[in-house]
Write a protein that binds this ligand. Structure first.
Ligand code: SF4
Length: 372
């Protein structure tokens, strides 16, 4: 087994409702609703779909006092921690703090007078709410645009430090920071600079990354690169796609780096003329059928004996394609043969049996330790 070389940068641990961010907490995956916040039913349904996909935290835009009220109704109907996204209007921040927000995404420098900032920070302190400072290359302050000529890592850092300084002066430290840009190099540069300056947790993201495929690639390069350097405590993949897809991709990036596990890690060959079954079709069907599984598990499904046994030996469940019967490995050992034309059904049932066994063992362990 190759040892994971990633050493996470030490950061202060903050809380977003029931989820810790930073320190030794797992890197959390979050997304943002794109429904009308005032449409409570639609927003709750979308948050639930994201939670089912594994979302640790969800963010909801709160552009008006009416939306703040809706936020309160949403808060009562979901359990996943909620970040209220607010721009400029401190009254909205105060309202959502009362309505049970777990975190406020608001930039202190944009709130207005010192008094308004103090009120928001006092409300956050009173309710045990954290704050996210979110600097974005697209909305950099005018003087910084002028000073640097264009958004640069240094410009994003300077902007972030201004907001951070306001919270520091108020002795408020329960905050995380993001410095997002749509450019891979700019994003990485800004986060690297910021990580050298503060020990608050960092919220990673490539903003406006684009549509599903290209945005995923861009995010995987920038966020993957930063995570490999140990930078990043929570992340959002910003795609012009469904929020639940953002969650799945976020986990896929973390899974690829061995930083989180969430559901099945499929190992499949790309297939070629040697394949003993239609690998692509089988994988598509398995992915769809097993989407609900959250238990971590390595499942290798390989088209023939060229690479099949090698991969199967490293997986929890491994299948080596052959005709008319394929060979199954369990826990790295040869187990039994299955009909190749029943691969999907057979693999699904093996996975579900394994999940059941793991869950049963877990609950027995919980009962055992509670009696000790
Ligand atoms: S494992 Fe077999 S079927 Fe899959 S790509 Fe390699 S040679 Fe082709």
């Amino acid at each position: 087994m190759i040892e994971n070389p990633i050493k996470r940068r030490p950061t202060r641990k903050i809380r977003v409702g029931s989820v810790y961010v930073g320190g030794d907490a797992p890197i959390s995956v979050q997304s943002m609703t794109n429904t009308e916040t005032c449409d409570v039913d639609a927003t709750v349904a979308q948050i639930q779909r994201c939670a089912d996909a594994g979302a640790d935290i969800m963010r909801v835009s709160v552009p008006s006092m009416e939306a703040a009220e809706a936020f309160g109704a949403i808060r009562k109907r979901v359990t996943v921690p909620l970040v209220a996204d607010i721009h400029f209007d401190h009254r909205i921040a105060l309202a959502v703090a009362d309505y049970g927000a777990d975190c406020l995404r608001i930039n202190p420098g944009n709130i207005g007078s010192d008094q308004k900032v103090r009120e928001v920070v006092a409300a956050a302190r009173h309710h045990g709410i954290s704050i996210r400072i979110g600097v974005n290359a697209g909305s950099l302050e005018k003087d910084l645009q002028k000073k640097y000529g264009e958004p640069t890592g240094q410009a994003l850092l300077e902007s972030a430090l201004r907001h951070i300084d306001i919270l520091d002066r108020l002795d408020f430290h329960e905050f995380k920071v993001s410095v997002k840009a749509s450019n891979v190099f700019l994003t990485m540069d800004a986060y690297r600079l910021l990580s050298q300056q503060i020990d608050n947790p960092l919220h990673l993201g490539v903003t406006e990354a684009g549509i599903y495929r290209t945005g995923t690639v861009k995010s995987a390069i920038a966020l993957g690169g930063l995570l490999m350097e140990g930078i990043g405590d929570t992340m959002r993949i910003s795609l012009a796609a469904e929020p639940e897809d953002e969650i799945k991709i976020g986990f896929d990036i973390l899974k690829s780096l061995g930083l989180r596990s969430n559901g099945i890690n499929f190992i499949a060959c790309p297939s070629c003329s040697r394949q003993e079954f239609n690998v692509i079709k089988v994988m598509q069907m398995l992915e769809e059928r097993l989407e609900d599984i959250r238990t971590p598990m390595d499942v290798s499904v390989i088209g023939c004996k060229v690479n099949g046994p090698g991969e199967a030996k490293e997986a929890d469940i491994g299948v080596v394609g052959a005709s008319p019967r394929s060979l199954v490995y369990r826990n790295g050992e040869k187990s039994h043969l299955i009909d190749t034309d029943q691969l999907v059904e057979e693999i699904e049932s093996m996975v579900r049996d394994r999940v059941k066994a793991i869950e049963e063992a877990k609950s027995k362990e919980i009962i055992r330790t509670s009696f000790e």
